[in-house]
Design a protein around this ligand. Structure first.
Ligand SMILES: C[S@@+](CC[C@H](N)C(=O)[O-])C[C@H]1O[C@@H](n2cnc3c(N)ncnc32)[C@H](O)[C@@H]1O
Ligand SMILES: Nc1nc2[nH]cc(C(=O)O)c2c(=O)[nH]1
Ligand code: SF4
Ligand SMILES: [Mg+2]
Length: 243
């Protein structure tokens, strides 16, 4: 059985972002990413700083640890990273969770497709705006969205989520929404201080940014069918890891 590089398993907590915000969930965070976003809040998954914490785990190992931590107090697991879509061997974990009536969410940036992504219950695709310094391969993203459309996964099981730091990012978000108008769309506030431990300052700053993003959306006729969200977990736990 193939082994997966795992950096964190935690929960139960709440899903702090996107299409199932507020949902009670466990998290599995894999190591490794094909991107290097300038503002990545999980850079430890790819910058080498946590390389000693990476564990090679089978689907069984991961399932057992989820059960040890969460017992019977969960029925939803979110797989994030890093980019879990780098890992072909994730299919076994998704199947095992489904066999136990546990729903599965995935966070990925839309740069890679794996066949098991067609079985994800809550699939968040988060293409990266200019402030990240990454370049979206729209040919790749088109192919992924078309694959999901052909499997009838778009309406109920998929969403797009774009993090916005500035006006240019907002225009990028408009472009993505207009390119895939049938995919439920979320705007997310960017956190530009992912290392501060001053939660009061961070919260005030993020609330102001949320208000800015709301106002921009309210004024824009191209963005009538979107949802605007903060990262809810940062309001409760700041920049802490494993929550
Ligand atoms: C850490 S990423 C891991 C999954 C995948 N690599 C991705 O980017 O979608 C999870 C989510 O956090 C978002 N994110 C990362 N850094 C952020 C920041 N500084 N502020 C707001 N959202 C951020 C990403 O855009 C993504 O939607
Ligand atoms: N509570 C909580 N919600 C989240 N939603 C997306 C997360 C991620 O890092 O992918 C995340 C996370 O790390 N924690
Ligand atoms: S794609 Fe996701 S994990 Fe990778 S660098 Fe960007 S935000 Fe971080
Ligand atoms: Mg996060």
């Amino acid at each position: 059985m193939s082994k997966l590089p795992v950096l964190e398993i935690f929960g139960p907590t709440i899903q702090g972002e996107g299409m199932v915000i507020g949902r009670k969930t466990m998290f599995v965070r894999t190591a490794g990413c094909d991107y290097r976003c300038s503002w990545c809040d999980s850079a430890f998954t790819w910058d080498g700083s946590a390389k000693d914490e990476i564990r090679k785990m089978s689907a069984d190992d991961i399932f057992n640890e989820l059960k040890e931590l969460g017992g019977t107090r969960f029925n939803h697991v979110t797989i994030s990273g890093g980019n879990p879509a780098l890992l072909a061997g994730m299919d076994a974990l998704v199947e095992q969770l489904h066999d136990h009536s546990i729903e599965v969410a995935l966070e990925t940036q839309g740069s890679k497709w794996q066949d098991w992504m067609g079985n994800i219950d809550d699939l968040t695709i988060s293409p990266k705006p200019p402030s990240s310094m990454m370049k979206t391969d729209f040919g790749k993203l088109d192919a992924i969205i078309n694959e999901l459309r052909s499997q009838d996964r778009v309406e109920k099981h998929t969403s797009l989520k774009v993090v916005v730091f500035n006006d240019e990012d907002f225009e990028y978000a408009v472009h993505v929404h207009e390119r895939y108008p049938d995919v439920p769309f979320f705007l997310q506030v960017g956190n530009d201080d992912t290392s501060t431990a001053d939660d009061d300052n961070l919260t005030r700053d993020l609330l102001n940014k949320y208000e800015w993003l709301i106002n921009k959306t309210m004024e824009d006729a191209r963005m009538n069918n979107v949802r605007v969200l903060p990262q809810l977990h940062t309001f409760v736990w700041g920049n802490s890891r494993g929550v």
